[in-house]
Ligand binder design. Sequence first.
Ligand SMILES: [Zn+2]
Length: 159
Amino acid sequence: MLRMTPDVARAIAAHAEATYPDECVGLLLGRLADDHKLALAVHPAENRWEGQMQLAAGDDPTSRRDRFYLDPRDYLRAERAAGAQGIDVIGVYHSHPDDVAQPSERDRIGAQGAGGGPHFAFAIQSVRQGVAAELTSWLLLDNGARFVQEQVEEIADNR
Ligand SMILES: [Zn+2]
């Protein structure tokens, strides 16, 4: 289960709306417990997709509307920001402009190198016509073979 404060939920939604119609990407900072994670802050990153992969014939390889690239240096910056607050990087989020909040095959392949362990959250914020919609979270299981959805819960206050 991924728990988050109202501030975190608002920050993800605002980031997804700000980058629309492109995808946004960022890291979730918080605490990892045995049975749940608690996201306490976000670390927005740049979507640095610049056509790193040829995906399909006829595809615009530079489009950021249905893909993202998280630079490892941004991940390190997020780790430092988390460390300064005494918390950890517990997941990553990105947006799906005008699409359902379900991971794509591209997301699965991109996530395989992400590490972070079996509890690492892959949150997806759907944004429709510029307005944030549903938010989901996923765990990557079986050595990156499949995503399984986990529950998302917004807690009542900003502890
Ligand atoms: Zn995606």
